[in-house]
Ligand binder design. Structure first.
Ligand SMILES: NC(=O)c1ccc[n+]([C@@H]2O[C@H](COP(=O)([O-])OP(=O)(O)OC[C@H]3O[C@@H](n4cnc5c(N)ncnc54)[C@H](O)[C@@H]3O)[C@@H](O)[C@H]2O)c1
Length: 297
């Protein structure tokens, strides 16, 4: 049990990486508070955890709202007596999912992306750190950033900026909080990530990666070049989150680490399919030629 008796709060835990992590952490002995903005998503994950014999509770919370992030920490402490890990995971892509040029974007888009992807991490980190410092119960702060913070994805400029800011916050938070025994790290996923990220909030939670949705595995698929000859799954990313949330990483802090063949060392200019879930082979014809041309060869 790698998370035995640890108390964990997760934002955006109703789908994708947060959901996968919640299930894994609970299976490893953690008590988990799952939060999400979409009604019903957190409770569905909690039901799954409880059905498997784990311990979890749900709350609806918007990471953009200061009171919601404070309430998430309050509920965690109320339900389980403390908070050991805050995983600030919720994030959103850009409107148009890679199809909107930066010069045609609006300030409203920019502000909302930063409100969720950056301010949301700050508010969650701050609420948890305040409790940990005030109560002299050091713990761990974990952010979900993106490999887009290291290498810009075509079509995701505001997203890349918002995630680079997260990596900066993680470095700074580790410096500030180290003296209290609090660690701060980020996971920066690329491949093997949730296909729901590209879908509307009311879509069914699929629990699958883009690559799993692409049908038969084709290592030569040029839209998403990968070095390991097997399709990555969301769990491949959640495994890094598990390491960073557990005591196995007790001396790792201030780090933003790429997961699943991503980041500094990979060809991260991935091209996202545009008709996810609708085409049997979403790699053929689904990606516009002008975007294909931007692949980092
Ligand atoms: N899927 C990708 O391509 C990809 C790649 C790299 C990094 N990421 C990052 O991974 C993290 C998790 O996303 P995912 O891929 O699992 O996608 P996902 O859409 O499956 O899950 C994200 C969850 O966050 C919730 N959410 C959105 N806005 C919220 C808000 N304001 N407050 C609270 N919850 C909110 C959504 O309802 C959803 O359940 C995000 O930070 C994302 O930026 C995703």
């Amino acid at each position: 049990m790698r998370m035995k008796d640890k108390v964990v709060a997760i934002t955006g835990g109703g789908s994708g990486l947060g959901r996968e992590g919640a299930l894994m952490f609970a299976a490893e002995g953690a008590k988990v508070v799952v939060s999400d903005i979409v009604p019903g998503r957190s409770q569905a994950v909690v039901d799954q955890i409880v059905a498997a014999g784990g311990t979890a509770s749900a709350i609806e919370a918007d990471v953009r709202v200061e009171a919601d992030m404070n309430a998430l920490v309050e509920k965690t402490v109320e339900d389980y007596g403390r908070i050991d890990v805050m995983w600030a995971n919720a994030g959103i892509p850009e409107p148009g999912f890679g199809m909107q040029p930066l010069h045609q974007s609006s300030l409203e888009d920019w502000n909302n992306i930063f409100a969720v992807n950056t301010t949301g991490i700050y508010l969650a980190f701050r609420a948890a750190a305040r409790w940990m410092i005030d109560n002299k119960r050091p713990g761990t702060l974990l952010a979900t950033s993106s490999a887009a913070a290291f290498t810009a994805y075509p079509g995701f400029p505001m997203y890349a900026a918002s995630k680079a800011a997260v990596n900066g916050l993680v470095r700074a938070a580790s410096l500030e909080f180290g003296k209290y025994g609090i660690r701060a790290n980020a996971i920066c996923p690329t491949h093997g990530m949730s296909v729901n990220f590209a879908l509307p909030g009311d879509a069914e939670v699929l629990g699958k990666s883009y690559e799993e949705m692409m049908g038969e595995w084709n290592p030569d698929n040029r839209a998403m070049p990968l070095r390991v000859d097997t399709p990555p799954v969301i769990r491949d990313n959640a495994n890094l989150a598990l390491f960073l949330a557990s005591d196995e990483s007790r001396y790792t802090t201030g780090q933003s680490i790429a997961s699943a063949d991503g980041g500094q060392f990979a060809r991260t200019s991935i091209i996202f399919p545009t008709d996810l879930g609708q085409s049997e082979d979403i790699t053929s014809g689904a990606i516009p030629d002008e975007l294909r041309d931007q692949i980092d060869r």
